[in-house]
Design a protein around this ligand. Structure first.
Ligand code: FES
Length: 106
């Protein structure tokens, strides 16, 4: 198992995490907060700047859409206690910093 670094967010004040050049964004679904890697599988577009339409997230670069439930299934596992959300990210990126980031319009 690769090394991980712990990050704790104050939800919803923080809705994303910056880790090196990578962004992870929060998506709340069915009462749970999911932490999703923002890099689009097509060509690396910023999914956190996309829009959700009919349970699909549209990437802002080329318009491909991804089912929200599948994105949540592949999200970084989180532990949620009240407004505190804890996740363990790959340590490859160095420090992980919770941020308030402009994210998709729902
Ligand atoms: S980079 Fe996301 S659709 Fe092309």
């Amino acid at each position: 198992m690769s090394a991980r670094i712990r990050v704790e967010l104050e939800w919803p004040r923080h809705n994303a995490v910056r880790a090196g050049d990578e962004t992870y964004f929060c998506l709340e679904r069915a009462g749970s907060v999911h932490l999703i890697h923002s890099r689009c599988p097509h060509r690396g577009g910023p999914l956190h700047l996309g829009e959700i339409e009919a349970e699909r997230l549209r990437c802002p670069w080329h318009g491909n859409t991804f089912r929200v439930d599948r994105l949540c299934d592949r999200a970084v596992p989180t532990i949620q206690r009240g407004s505190s959300v804890v996740a363990y990210l790959p340590a490859d990126f160095g420090e992980a910093v919770p941020v308030q980031q402009i994210v998709f319009a729902s």
